[in-house]
Design a protein around this ligand. Structure first.
Ligand code: NAI
Length: 468
């Protein structure tokens, strides 16, 4: 086999595989190392994709149970077959990971199977499942090894009773009671899944708001919606410990403000308190510089402290841990290595929570804008006043646009809506082009669509919405 490459990518997640494809498109002899059986990394195998499968199925199940009858679609008996649901999830994952395999073949990318490590500046050692080592030379190496779940001090994730997202995506039985530690992305998406399937879910969040860092206004509305859906919350609460007794977990937590102690007995505990960079021993041995959070330090060209070694995605000290951020970095780094002007705009990265309704944001929050001492105007439009949302019985949420008071340039947008994840793309493009709220307000939006709420929110920035 060929053992001399222009570029070797370590890791085949959204950052790594996209980087490999772009590199091959640019004419580089490219290889990608992956230790998992299938390509696609955390996102395709045990993250974004399987979670979206369960979110979709659980939403359909929930609607069939709670909403169909009211609409006149009368179903006699709705059964839930968890093993079929899980098989469907596996099938989706397999189709997509095979899709990446196909793209590798199409682009003549060599898939090196095994665990990759950098043994010298230009040598990648791949250790296969039998422990056999092979060395490959590379003019350039891109580290894209992603991230792994963190846990609480003293709480060991066994993936049986105390689980990470990996375990919570594969429960064999619907837990009667599920405690979720952490009201962030993973915590809330998986709370939604299991709550809709029938579990009693209790989220314990350390801070006084869910999804810290999100516009407070949006986070408060989102919390109200989730509570109405039956999910219980203890905010401002710190988990002290999790004990296992007779196959049950006992979670003890304490309120940060009044020091009140509580315990909850449950079948499963999901620990979703964040992820950390997946740094191999090779990175430490080579002396690649890390920041205080143990993430790889890179400059604007994604260069690490060692020449010809680059890093992208969750493993670096830039931007949020999001698949699409990693993808864009993968494209940019290949283009930079090819001498082109690869670039990632960190100011315009949409983020989406795929609950029902979805919550999507791009740009700055109102709190950040205030902190930056920028004078601003806000336009808000509720889906209650959007005709399509009303027709679909889908009226929760709003669009909130924040624009600069003087220039009217859009600074940040948040959307709560069943279609927020798709709708936010319009705002990301608007922001990339430096749009003003007036530009959006004067763009014709098709009627009747949820997107009209975006136009109305833009009109509301100038206090002239039509339907509210
Ligand atoms: P996260 O950072 O989103 O949320 C973790 C939460 O745990 C925070 O709210 C934090 O305050 C809380 N927490 C920390 N220690 C705690 C304690 N002792 N007790 C109670 N609460 C505690 O992390 P999460 O949800 O684990 O997700 C990891 C990463 O994966 C995120 O960076 C996210 O960007 C990414 N992700 C993105 C998704 C998407 O784009 N839809 C879906 C899933 C994950």
């Amino acid at each position: 086999m060929e053992n001399n490459f222009d570029l070797i990518v370590i890791g085949s997640g959204p950052g790594g595989y996209v980087c490999a494809i772009r590199s091959a498109q640019l004419g580089f002899k490219t290889a990608c190392v992956e230790s998992r059986e299938t390509l696609g990394g955390t996102c395709l195998n045990i993250g974004c994709i399987p979670s979206k499968s369960l979110l979709n199925t659980s939403e359909i199940y929930h609607k069939a149970q709670k909403e169909f009858n009211n609409l006149g679609v009368e179903a006699e008996k709705i059964n839930l077959n968890l093993s079929k649901i899980m098989n469907n999830k596996k099938k989706s994952v397999l189709t997509l990971t095979k899709g990446v395999e196909f793209l590798f073949k199409k682009n003549k990318i060599v898939h090196l199977k095994g665990k990759g490590s950098i043994s010298k500046n230009n040598v990648v050692t791949v250790t296969d499942s039998m422990g056999k080592k092979n060395n490959y030379k590379a003019k350039n190496i891109v580290i894209s090894t992603g991230s792994i779940p963190t846990s609480l001090k003293g709480t060991k994730i066994d993936e049986k009773i105390i689980v990470s997202s990996t375990g919570a995506l594969s429960f064999e039985k619907i837990p009667d009671e599920l405690v979720v530690i952490g009201g962030g992305y993973i915590g809330l998406e998986l709370s939604s899944v299991w709550s809709r399937f029938g579990s009693k879910v209790h989220v314990i969040e350390f801070l006084d708001q869910i999804i810290p860092g999100m516009d407070k206004d949006v986070s408060e509305e989102f919390l109200k919606i989730l509570k109405k859906q039956g999910i219980n919350f203890s905010l401002d609460s710190k988990v002290k410990d999790v004990k296992i007794l007779n196959n049950k977990a006992i979670v003890s937590f304490i309120n940060n403000k009044n020091s009140k102690k509580e315990t909850i007995k449950c079948d499963k505990v999901l620990v979703a308190v964040g992820r950390k960079a997946n740094i191999g021993q090779d990175i430490i041995d080579l002396g690649i510089s890390l920041d205080k959070n143990n993430k790889i330090k890179v400059n604007e060209k994604f260069e690490t402290s060692i020449k010809n070694i680059y890093a992208i995605g969750d493993v670096i000290n830039k931007g949020p841990m999001l698949a699409h951020k990693a993808e864009d970095e993968g494209i940019a780094v290949s283009e930079i290595i090819a001498g082109q002007a690869g670039h990632v705009n960190y100011n315009v990265i949409p983020s989406v929570i795929y609950t029902s309704p979805e919550v999507a944001t791009v740009g700055k929050t109102e709190e950040q804008i205030k902190k930056d001492n920028i004078k601003y105007k806000v336009g808000k439009f509720p889906f209650l006043a959007n005709s399509r949302a009303r027709v679909n019985n889908d009226t929760s949420g709003f669009v909130k646009i924040i624009a600069d008071e003087k220039t009217d340039k859009v600074l940040g947008v948040s959307i709560i809506s069943s279609l927020a994840g798709t709708m936010i793309a319009e705002l990301a493009i608007a922001m990339e082009f430096g749009a003003s709220s007036e530009d959006i307000a004067r763009t014709i939006h098709a009627h009747p669509t949820h997107s009209e709420a975006v136009k109305e929110a833009a009109l509301a920035v100038d206090k002239r919405p039509i339907h509210f």
